[in-house]
Ligand binder design. Structure first.
Ligand code: ATP
Length: 255
């Protein structure tokens, strides 16, 4: 889906996160572990937020909660669609499943491999589900596999046999073949070689220009330095004894 807006129009609000919090119940320890709390921010079309914080600060959990792989404990995440607003924190699973088909994407460093499905079919699937003809979708899938450096000899093979980096390239091709309006990225460059990293950054630049809103966690933030509009620093939610927990802070990016 290509979303265009005229350059002089104010970018549309895509996501408004208000007071979002998430805790894990550690039954075996008999206590509750806060992952993050009190998260507030707005994200507009074509904007890129870089999520930062120490190990364990809650970056992946925040992305998974916004994608609704986890349920939040408190707060709201209002997703602004073309025809209305839905609170991702409270939406029914069936609505979340529909949003994931076209509107909201999530790229992690892990491929969910499906047995006996060829790489090119896996990549073509979002286009087929969106109504493209199978032949046309396969042609496009091969183009994307090639752009991320997946060898032609692997296109018809099963990704379960691929190396970690090859699987990740299939993951990227599948996630980006049909761009969503809102994209979460959790360390997507983790196992990529330089060529694939450059291809990913070039694709993200295109998507940003088309109005896709993005939130990303990057082990090497310099990979996306030219794309970042704002940085969001997550402070570790679990205070050590004697330490106050501080609120998460927004920082403007200085290129
Ligand atoms: N399913 C879970 N059950 C219990 N605790 C969890 C679960 N998932 C995450 N946590 C805890 O929540 C906290 C935040 O984890 P998270 O993976 O979001 O951190 P992160 O900022 O992405 O870390 P890293 O930079 O190491 O990837 C950690 O203390 C982690 O142990």
């Amino acid at each position: 889906m290509n979303i265009q807006f005229s350059p002089d129009a104010a970018p549309r609000l895509v996501l408004s996160v208000q007071g979002l919090g998430k805790s894990f119940e550690m039954h075996h320890l008999g206590r509750v572990l806060p992952a993050f709390a009190g998260i507030d921010f707005d994200l507009h079309a074509g904007r890129f937020i870089l999520l930062k914080g120490e190990n364990g600060a809650g970056k992946s959990t925040l992305l998974r909660t916004l994608y609704r792989s986890c349920l939040p404990g408190q707060g709201h995440a209002f997703f602004h669609m073309t025809d209305g607003v839905i609170d991702l924190a409270q939406a029914a699973d069936v609505d979340i499943a529909l949003l994931r088909r076209r509107e909201i994407g999530f790229i992690t460093q892990f491929l969910q491999v499906r047995p006996r499905v060829a790489a090119e079919e896996l990549v073509a699937e979002p286009l087929v589900l969106a109504g493209s003809g199978h032949g046309e979708a396969l042609t496009e899938a091969r183009r994307w596999l090639s752009s991320f450096g997946v060898k032609q000899s692997l296109w018809a093979a099963y990704p379960s046999t691929f190396s970690g980096g090859e699987q990740q390239k299939v993951n990227l091709a599948r996630a980006l073949i049909l761009p969503p309006r809102l994209l979460f990225l959790d360390e997507p460059t983790a196992s990529l070689d330089r060529g694939a990293r450059l291809a990913l950054v070039a694709r993200l630049k295109e998507l940003k220009a088309q109005g896709v809103a993005m939130i990303g966690v990057f082990h090497n933030p310099e990979d996306v330095a030219g794309l970042v509009d704002r940085e969001f620093l997550l402070e570790t939610a679990v205070p050590e004894p004697g330490q106050e927990r501080r609120k998460p802070a927004f920082g403007e990016h200085h290129a």
